[in-house]
Design a protein around this ligand. Structure first.
Ligand SMILES: NC(=O)c1ccc[n+]([C@@H]2O[C@H](COP(=O)([O-])OP(=O)(O)OC[C@H]3O[C@@H](n4cnc5c(N)ncnc54)[C@H](OP(=O)(O)O)[C@@H]3O)[C@@H](O)[C@H]2O)c1
Length: 376
């Protein structure tokens, strides 16, 4: 809808002509712009019980902002780390979560390209539009350095938004900003994987399942690992060629070497961190890529021998911090072209947000855990 203008001039001559050019005042639009939101915030980063629901004032949109009615939010392991005090750089009493999809309900006067009713998702770091990350850009990460998305309404800078692909629901689109863009940046970042490459994904959580889907869609052979044979069967249906249960086969690195005929894996999506890095280096091919993403296997492992081990195999060890809005748009084009749907394990209501956190913490899930925020 057009922007509304109220004139106090008498309606004569020029002003009458101008009035014909501007869209009519739509009082229902003005009335429907909320001045308050309902949001969660972390009162103390000491556990999920410290997620508190409150009503909060909603500042009017700035001229460069877009007001979004949030329909769905997805959780990432990072949100557990934040609420339990294990996430560096968290602001005081933050509104948690980075991922959302929603509907534009108003646009600032300088905004181009967005209009009321558009379906949008936001980039993880709102100012990471393209190029390398900087401290200043990292400090615009939602649900960390700045307030996040677990709220009914939120203003976003217009440049942070991407259009939601038509084939995705709001719940599906809300899974993309952190996990899917991270997987994309790992596998299709500065040196993209090639068809025929082998990709190993660790476990069946959010990042790994997106990496599996992206790698399979790009023509790679995927080795999926998991603690669960039931989850591995889901990975197989999603396109994994080889399956390794890392509980039953603790030397999964040796198994991966065997599966690649001794050559090793081209790209390892390393979400375990210090606890899995040694085996990832063993499983990788000479000159292969180990994408440093997560720390789910714990952080208290002695890594002192690993730099030499990487050197001897000319391993490319690359750290990934989510990604840019441009990468998000590239990802969406692949999802549209191949009609890929994100894997949602379970959807919780806004009021059940703490249960959603508990479910993610239990690691019973495959793919993503979603909170449906809007009732309609
Ligand atoms: N650097 C970045 O930009 C970035 C972005 C997103 C996420 N991350 C990090 O990446 C990690 C994954 O995040 P997420 O949101 O995808 O997590 P998630 O959905 O909570 O993933 C949980 C799953 O990881 C698997 N897992 C746990 N411990 C494992 C281990 N020792 N070895 C192999 N797999 C293991 C398990 O799958 P199974 O039950 O199938 O074994 C578990 O269900 C987290 O550490 C997160 O902080 C980093």
């Amino acid at each position: 809808m057009g922007k509304t203008h109220i004139s106090t001039e008498p309606l004569t001559g020029t002003s009458l002509r101008v009035l014909r050019l501007i869209p009519p005042i739509c009082t229902s639009d003005i009335m429907s712009i909320p001045s308050k939101t309902t949001e969660y915030y972390i009162s103390k980063p000491q556990g999920i019980d410290n997620l508190i629901l409150r009503e909060a004032p909603l500042a009017p949109s700035k001229s460069t902002e877009v007001l979004v009615k949030i329909h769905a939010v997805s959780l990432n392991y990072r949100d557990i780390a934040a609420v339990t005090g294990n996430y560096p750089g968290l602001k005081d009493e933050p509104v948690p979560c980075s991922d959302m999809a929603g509907e534009v309900i108003a646009v600032g006067s300088e905004v181009k390209g967005w209009k009321k009713g558009d379906r949008v998702a936001s980039n993880f770091a709102v100012d990471h539009v393209h190029g390398e990350i900087t401290k200043e850009i990292k400090d615009t990460s939602l649900g960390g350095a700045i307030d996040g998305t677990l709220t009914r309404y939120k203003n976003f800078p217009a440049h942070a938004l991407v259009r939601v692909p038509e084939h995705l629901t709001y719940e599906e689109a809300a899974t993309l900003p952190c996990a899917a863009v991270t997987a994309w940046n790992a596998l299709l970042g500065p040196v993209p994987l090639k068809g025929g490459d082998t990709v190993l994904v660790q476990g069946t959580g959010g990042v790994s399942i997106f990496a599996l889907q992206i790698a399979a869609a790009m023509g790679a052979t995927v080795i999926a690992t998991s603690s669960s044979n039931v989850k591995l069967q889901i990975a197989k249906k999603l396109g994994a060629t080889h399956l390794i249960n890392y509980k039953e086969t603790p030397d999964w690195d040796q198994e991966a070497l065997k599966l690649t005929g001794g050559r090793g894996v081209d790209h390892i999506v390393e979400i375990g961190g210090p606890g899995t890095l040694d085996k990832s280096i063993s499983a990788a091919r000479y000159g292969g890529w180990v994408h440093n993403i997560g720390f789910l296997a714990g952080v208290n492992t002695d890594l002192s021998g690993l730099t030499l081990k990487m050197l001897h195999k000319a391993i490319v060890y690359r750290s990934v911090l989510v990604g840019t809005r441009y990468q998000f748009e590239d990802l969406n084009r692949l999802l549209v072209a191949r009609q890929i749907h994100p894997v949602i394990d379970k959807v919780f209501s806004f009021e059940q947000a703490k249960d959603a956190y508990q479910h993610l913490l239990s690691q019973k899930h495959v793919g993503k855990v979603v909170i449906k925020v809007a009732k309609d």
